[in-house]
Design a protein around this ligand. Structure first.
Ligand SMILES: *Cc1c(COP(=O)(O)O)cnc(C)c1O
Length: 410
């Protein structure tokens, strides 16, 4: 008798974005002529940087010639890419990472889920609320939670609220936790963590033998020079933190697929008998057993991100999206909306007008403005009464969207 992993049955009402998709397609079926602008799901819209495209073309040509053909590469990624990452993404910020501490993968979504394989089922997990749903759902699937309550919160997880009331600064949990997810710049709120905030969490992790999962998918959007880009800019973080990075949002690789995870060699977890066990060999074992590497042309494309042309091109892309975010911020503020984020991140997080429920506001924007955003409550109970707009779209659509938004709330 083949039984199933019943933890999947605990998952509440499905993933957020399918529900949005369902409502949007119901609307477009009834209103086939409506030109719906989608600022919902956080996916890039602009084409790949030319430097990446050229490198990918060249790598495809390499594959067509016996002498330069490549079969299986190293599971952890090619040396050329691991070295480019430590030299260009970390060293200029004063962070020393060894190339063999970098594991190349096909995405941070997969990495943040897969990392749970190497941690015990009895860890207590802390997530921010609102939160990137992948962190929560992968813990549910792994059996680290009980059932979901009415508010969608799972029994057994520790939720740390981040709202306007605490200026989006998460306070340390008042019960002990072992694994902590931090995402900065933050999806969904678009807010950032100061050096002091990150230091508090690193100190907490050091004092409690906890491990921080630091998701830095949006680090390239940081414009404020005081804000750290990497958790390893914080003293002592190498002993307690794993960092996830991706080429999805800085170089538009959402459909190309390349990311990486940094596991410092000092990082340890505990065995059931209380001994320290290095995490690096565990992740290496997991990665090599269940993954066979990112394709060679894609790794060459990712390497090209770090060339001078690549850097200039990704800076232009990021500037483009940040200008979009600024237009959304200003347009909403002038309509009397309270907005957060959008300065060091491609997301604007707003208070729904008149205290409307997140899903009610979603339906209102869709039906009256033909505009799709993401209900804050879909990211967690503390997101109720908030709403997320993404800056990933064409300039024309962003300008149109702002006008429509103003019309709906005006
Ligand atoms: C987009 C995003 C990622 C990147 O995921 P990929 O699988 O690398 O495309 C990671 N974390 C967060 C919070 C994101 O929004």
């Amino acid at each position: 008798m083949a039984t199933i992993n019943e933890n999947y049955s605990k998952l509440a009402a499905g993933y957020l974005f399918p529900e949005i998709g369902r409502r949007v397609s119901a609307f477009t079926q009834e209103n086939p002529d409506a030109n719906v602008i989608r600022l919902g799901i956080g996916d890039v819209t602009e084409p790949l940087p030319a430097a990446c495209v050229a490198a990918m073309h060249k790598a495809v040509d390499d594959m067509s010639v016996r002498d330069s053909f490549r079969g299986y590469g190293p599971e952890q990624g090619y040396e050329f890419l691991r070295t480019a990452i430590v030299e260009h993404a970390f060293k200029p910020r004063g962070v020393e990472i060894a190339a063999d501490e970098v594991f190349i993968s096909d995405g941070s979504k997969c990495d943040t889920g897969n990392i749970l394989d190497i941690f015990g089922a009895d860890n207590t997990v802390a997530v921010m609320d609102p939160v990137y749903p992948v962190y929560v759902d992968t813990n549910v699937m792994a059996g680290r939670t009980g059932a979901a309550g009415k508010d969608g919160r799972y029994e057994g997880l520790v939720y740390v609220p981040v709202t306007a009331e605490n200026d989006f600064v998460p306070s340390l949990p008042d019960e002990p936790v072992d694994l902590i997810y931090l995402c900065y710049p933050n999806n969904p709120t678009g807010t950032v963590a100061s050096r002091e905030t990150l230091k508090q969490w690193v100190d907490y992790a050091r004092a409690h033998d906890a491990i921080i999962f630091f998701d830095a998918a949006y680090e390239a959007y940081i414009t404020d020079p005081e804000i750290p880009h990497s958790i390893y800019e914080i003293e002592g973080a190498r002993d307690v933190a794993i960092e996830f990075r991706s080429f999805s949002k800085n170089a538009g690789f959402t459909g190309t697929r390349c990311a990486y995870t940094v596991i410092p060699k000092e990082l340890t977890g505990k065995t059931s008998t209380g001994e320290d066990q290095p995490i690096h060999p565990l992740w290496n074992r997991r990665h090599c057993t269940k993954f066979n590497g990112v394709s060679y042309p894609i790794q060459r494309a990712a390497e090209a991100v770090f060339t001078p042309e690549g850097q200039q091109q990704i800076n232009e892309l990021i500037q483009f999206y940040l200008t979009n975010a600024g237009l959304i911020r200003e347009g909403l503020e002038s309509a009397g909306i309270t907005v957060y984020g959008g300065v060091n991140a491609p997301y604007v997080w707003l208070k729904t007008p008149g205290g409307a429920g997140s899903w009610d506001f979603f339906d209102q924007l869709l039906s009256k403005g033909h505009l799709v955003g993401t209900p804050g409550s879909g990211f967690g109970a503390a997101g109720e009464g908030y709403f997320r707009l993404s800056a990933f779209n064409s300039r024309e659509n962003i300008e149109q969207a702002v006008e429509r938004f103003q019309r709906v709330v005006g």
